[in-house]
Design a protein around this ligand. Structure first.
Ligand code: GUN
Length: 280
């Protein structure tokens, strides 16, 4: 039976650690502040943003949610970012993606001050991650690394296969595994014989966005499997990118969905905001 890596419990531990630090910071007159911009009313984005601001409240941060209408212009959005860049009560700025199609997400990310870029999406922060002297780590890959560490799994010398090459997850994920001396393969939709590549993985990270994409024939017995997916199955039930019931018996360790990577992403956002507030 595989070890189930309990992201919900690990994230709760991290939130408690952060809340204790916030209590100390407040004695020095600093309250970490996070601004979350939501453009439009995409239901999934509304849920994600609500969860982020609620998590801020729970650890004692100041959270400001800025709702902008779906027909917001690029100029209006950039002006909002500029105002937050200049606001001393705000230490972290996050613009929830995806944006409505008429808006240029690259320009918005570039406009966020790198010192307040708690998503770590700005090119300057991405560059810091590449050379291994980061201040902020991107939340989802950082959450995956925390799960791997706290589950006692070593990356050193292991073959790590990441499925997905997005700027938000796949590419930085590969880099963080490489920094810990993993041998990294990043797979994508054009990868030839994906199943055979995945079967070589000691650590397999699935960030595909397709329900139950990773099947038992793609997993090496004894592997650690990390599921970044958040999908609905044919019955509308929340599920990951991994066919959990079929894959679990093969693994050494595996993350469930829900209760795996998801809670960690928010915990890492809080950690980045705390880092920004401390001016570290
Ligand atoms: N949309 C999906 N994931 C994320 C994330 O981590 N940050 C932002 N800003 N938008 C997202």
């Amino acid at each position: 039976m595989a070890m189930r890596i309990d992201g919900k419990a690990i994230a709760a531990d991290i939130r408690r650690e952060i809340a204790a630090e916030v209590t100390e910071l407040k004695k020095k007159g600093i309250t970490p502040g996070l601004a979350v911009i939501l453009v439009g009313e995409d239901p999934a984005s509304c849920t994600y943003v609500r969860n982020k601001t609620k998590a801020c409240d729970e650890v004692g941060f100041y959270a400001r949610q800025i709702n902008m209408p779906a027909d917001t212009t690029q100029e209006e959005l950039l002006a909002q970012v500029e105002a937050l860049n200049a606001d001393p009560t705000i230490h972290g700025i996050l613009c929830q993606l995806p944006l409505p199609r008429h808006l240029d997400d690259k320009a918005v990310i570039a406009a966020i001050s790198p010192d307040k870029d708690v998503d770590a999406f700005h090119a300057q922060n991405v560059g810091h991650i590449m050379i291994g002297d980061h201040r902020f780590l991107p939340c989802t890959p950082a959450g995956v690394m925390e799960l791997i560490h706290r589950a006692g799994v070593s990356v050193e010398g292991k073959h790590c296969v990441v499925i997905g090459r997005s700027n938000i997850v796949g590419k930085p994920m590969g880099m963080l595994l490489l920094h810990e001396n993993g041998t990294v393969t990043i797979c994508h939709s054009r990868t030839k014989d994906l199943a055979a590549v995945c079967r070589q993985a000691d650590i397999l990270v699935a960030a595909v966005g397709k329900a139950k994409f990773v099947t038992a024939d793609m997993v090496k017995p004894g592997a650690t499997v990390i599921d970044v997916g958040m999908n609905r199955d044919e019955n509308g039930k929340l599920c990951g990118d991994v066919d959990f019931d079929a894959v679990e018996p093969l693994c050494e360790a595996i993350t469930p969905v829900p209760g795996g990577v998801g809670p960690m992403t928010i915990a890492m956002l809080l950690k980045n905001t705390l880092t920004a507030a401390k001016g570290e």
